[in-house]
Every structure is written in C-alpha cells, then in structure tokens.
Design a protein around this ligand. Structure first.
Ligand code: NAD
Length: 326
C-alpha cells in the first residue's frame, strides 16, 4: 500500500536541520513548504530544491503573523525549526532572541491552530535542563534555565502544552541535544563546535576549546533527528502526543575526545591535520558541564531506534565537509 502524501510546513527550512528535513520529506514524495527569512539559513542549502514541483519557498518572517497564516494554508503537519539559536547570541541580544523564539513561535503555533493542522512538532532544546545536575536527563526533571535562549525554548514547551490543553491542537516537542551533520554552518560568531573545528582543522588553524575539554555532550547526528521528526509526525499513540522527547543518541563524549576523533578522521584526508595544535581558552558563560540524554521515553512511545552513533555520524560529516567545503 502506498503511504499517504502530506503537505508539511518546515519553518526555518533553509537552515541546517530544516533543509535536511526538507530533502528527506521531498524524497519520500511529500509536499514541503519552507518559511524562512534567511537570518541564519542559506539559499545554497535549498537551491537544488527550488525546481521540485512539491517544494514551495515562502520568504517571510515568523514574527509576522500574516506570513505564518500564508504558510500554514492547507498544511497537514508543521515541523517548526525557525529560531535564533546559540546561547552566546541570546546573552548579547536577548530581545531579538525573545522576539523570534517566543513571539515568532506563538505566531506559528496560533496560525497552525487556526488552520486546524493535524499536528505541530517543534524544535525544543536540551538547554531546558538548565542547572539540573542529574544525569542522564529525563524529560520530567528540569532545572532553572541558564541563558535567555534556554528560557525561550522552555517557554515554547509551556505554550505548546497550554495550546494542546486549551484548544486541542496536537503538539510534540523534540528536545534536540547538540545536533551535527551535513550542512551545519561552520561560519560566523555563533557556529556550533563540530563544523567550526572541522573548518579550522581544514585550514590548519588551531581550534580553541572553551575550558579544559572535560565538558561532555550527547552529540546527535542529523539522521537520528530526522527519524525523530518522522516518528513524531506519524505516531498514533496518544501517550506520545502533547509531550516532549529527548532527541539524542544517548551517549556522551567529552570535547577532548571529540576533537581527537575529528582530528583523526580529517587526517585521513590530509595527514598534516594530525600536527595541528589544540588551544584551550576560558569556559563560556551559560554552558553546562555535562549533558547526556535518556532516550528511553522516545524508544518506548515512539519506537525510536537511532541508527548513527556519534562516531559514525562524525565520519559521515567529515567526509561531507571535505567534499563540499574544502
Ligand atoms: P539554523 O540557524 O541553521 O536554522 C534556523 C533557521 O531559522 C534558519 O534558516 C533561519 O534563517 C531561520 N529563521 C531564523 N529567524 C527566523 C524568522 N524570524 N523567520 C523565519 N525564519 C527564521 O539552526 P538549526 O541548528 O538548524 O536549528 C533549528 C532549530 O533547532 C532551532 O529552533 C534551534 O533552536 C533548535 N535546536 C538546534 C540544536 C542544534 O544543535 N543545532 C540544538 C537544540 C535545538
């Protein structure tokens, strides 16, 4: 039996995660609408999709309610990815971060509710665990946020919860843990560590680790995140709806280990990279020491089965960066 085809709105569809989701769902024959203002996303991430008859780009801003109304017309599912990421950015400019991540979120959610979409799935964040020291992180135990960014992502969860209870819209929040993979932007002041380190190694420049390198993260390859979005979209288990799920691999790697693995993988392409020195700098404000997800809830209620370990994902990513950005 052929699976049904859906119309899916991907906000932030020109960004790292959004453009990967777009490719995946187009490949499966679904219709994809992208709403993006290119604040941090790039046209080159989606250029190859523009001629696909199942793809529509709406250049617009989630802070503008009429743009959101236009984007949700006739849509079955919303995968809301648009936001201003980065803890440091939110510390420098909390007002813009709040406008986009909270007011923009509320606009997309309200428009989705008005349009009676089947379900609203959104990018939540592991930053919501804040100062809670318990490991592994389980969805029900969170601490106090440690940055304006973390506040915005937690407020998203609160709004989703209230909207599902008050208006009956189905929502699922996916708390992403340090996602990485093809198309993640290596440039700019707020680049994530993996693409930033890869680019520095490729240029034979020394990467700088904030702190002593013993901080650890549950680095999560993009294909595991795509799987979670699809499962969240398709689940019919009522226990999985109107709740949040950790979206991670369920293992943690220190920054020192990460950088060693990256250096090793990259030196397979260019042996000189093995000689690049690592530099250590001060810790960053708002960073938590350790982050590790329990993925039991996602396994139990969504049947999540991540296919890529951090190491396997890293191999794929390094190859992609080498082939595309060298
Ligand atoms: P990204 O910056 O690559 O993508 C975000 C996209 O949203 C960009 O294309 C950007 O142009 C768009 N955007 C920003 N402001 C907008 C606005 N006002 N109107 C319309 N579009 C707007 O980031 P990403 O890593 O792909 O992150 C996607 C989502 O996942 C974000 O919500 C982020 O907070 C969340 N998240 C990411 C990670 C991670 O490790 N990458 C971890 C936790 C949560």
């Amino acid at each position: 039996m052929q699976s049904p085809k859906f119309k899916i709105l991907i906000t932030g569809g020109a960004g790292f995660i959004g453009s990967n989701l777009s490719e995946y769902f187009l490949d499966k024959g679904h219709e994809v609408i992208c709403l993006d203002n290119f604040a941090t996303g790039h046209r080159y991430n989606i250029e190859h999709l523009l001629n696909n008859i199942n793809y529509t780009l709406i250049e617009g801003d989630i802070r503008d309610f009429s743009d959101c109304q236009k984007a949700v017309k006739g849509v079955d599912y919303v995968l809301h990815q648009a936001a201003l990421g980065s803890v440091p950015r939110s510390i420098i400019d909390p007002i813009t971060t709040n406008d986009v991540n909270v007011s923009g979120f509320l606009n997309v959610l309200s428009a989705a509710k008005q349009a009676n979409v089947k379900r609203f799935i959104f990018a939540a964040s592991s930053s919501t665990y804040g100062d809670s020291e318990s490991l592994p992180k389980i969805e029900e135990i969170i601490g106090k946020p440690l940055s304006p960014y973390a506040i915005t992502k937690y407020v998203n969860e609160l709004y989703a919860d209230i909207f599902s209870k008050t208006y009956g819209i189905e929502t699922i929040g996916l708390r992403y843990f340090n996602v990485f993979g093809r198309k993640q932007d290596p440039e700019g002041a707020y680049a994530a560590v993996i693409p930033k380190f890869v680019m520095q190694f490729m240029k034979h420049e020394s990467p700088i680790i904030n702190g002593d390198g013993n901080y650890s993260r549950d680095f999560t390859y993009i294909d595991n995140v795509i799987q979670m979005n699809e499962l969240a979209m398709l689940t019919q288990d009522s226990r999985a709806i109107n709740t949040v799920f950790n979206t991670a691999f369920g293992d943690r790697t220190t920054l020192n280990d990460l950088i060693k693995k990256l250096q090793f993988e990259l030196s397979q392409f260019d042996p000189k990279i093995a000689e690049v020195e690592i530099v250590y700098g001060p810790n960053r404000v708002g960073d938590i020491p350790h982050s590790l997800a329990s993925i039991d809830k996602a396994k139990k209620f969504l049947g999540y089965d991540p296919k890529f370990s951090m190491q396997e994902g890293l191999k794929e990513s390094v190859k992609w960066y080498w082939e595309n950005l060298k």
